[in-house]
Design a protein around this ligand. Structure first.
Ligand code: GDP
Length: 195
């Protein structure tokens, strides 16, 4: 899949700033540094649509990316900072709650986890948002190029188990570095965008 146009529409600090479109949206979430910006760039065939190596100042914003006036990716700020304040944590939770509870065109959620690491409580919280609001959710295990194939298999098993994934919650290995996994993820996402 290729896009003529892939652009950041708005970085929204609150719901008043969400774009007024009815394009279907898929939310992308994950710990900071998980490789989310690299994932977005790879999936959209762009080099620097999303900034690799996120700046802390942008961590409160939902980034809306318009793909060919057809689909929207909604990039959630990376979570899991060690020294985030309670206030910031509450704001983040409220922002997600607002989005999932109120955004009509939400279609699905993708949670990115690092293939080398055990998913965290924050990842599980995200997963529970999707289950609660009954939207399709998939996990993308990033940076698979950093693992030998034999180890990767076990890591994927461990991730599945930690998150207690159901049969309808797929797990996709992905490498932005090697551009691997992109097709499988698009094959999963397109029917969801079009649903
Ligand atoms: P974000 O904070 O989740 O947006 O993560 P970034 O996309 O900024 O990536 C964080 C770091 O991981 C950067 O140094 C990337 O170059 C690196 N990275 C991201 N994806 C991959 C990958 O697939 N393979 C490898 N080896 N490194 C990656």
């Amino acid at each position: 899949i290729t896009f003529q146009k892939a652009e950041l529409v708005v970085s929204a600090p609150d719901k008043k700033s969400w774009p007024e479109t009815d394009l279907p949206e898929i939310v992308l979430a994950g710990r900071s540094n998980v490789g989310k910006s690299s994932f977005i760039n790879t999936m959209c065939g762009r080099k620097k649509l999303a900034y690799v190596g996120n700046t802390p100042g942008k961590t409160r914003l939902l980034n809306f990316f318009n793909l060919d006036d057809k689909y929207m990716f909604v990039d959630v700020p990376g979570y899991g900072y060690a020294n985030i304040s309670k206030t910031q944590l509450m704001k983040f939770g409220q922002m997600m709650e607002d989005y999932f509870a109120q955004r009509k065109q939400k279609k699905g959620l993708v949670i990115l986890v690092d293939a080398r690491h055990k998913p965290t409580e924050d990842d599980i919280t995200m997963l529970e948002f999707a289950r609660y609001y009954e939207i399709p959710v998939a996990i993308v295990a990033t940076k698979t190029d950093k693992l030998p194939t034999t180890k990767l298999k076990n890591q994927l098993k461990m991730i599945r188990k930690t998150l207690e994934l159901n049969d309808d919650e797929p797990l996709f290995p992905f490498s932005a570095e090697k551009k691997e996994g992109m097709e499988a993820v698009w094959d999963y996402l397109i029917p969801i965008f079009e649903s």
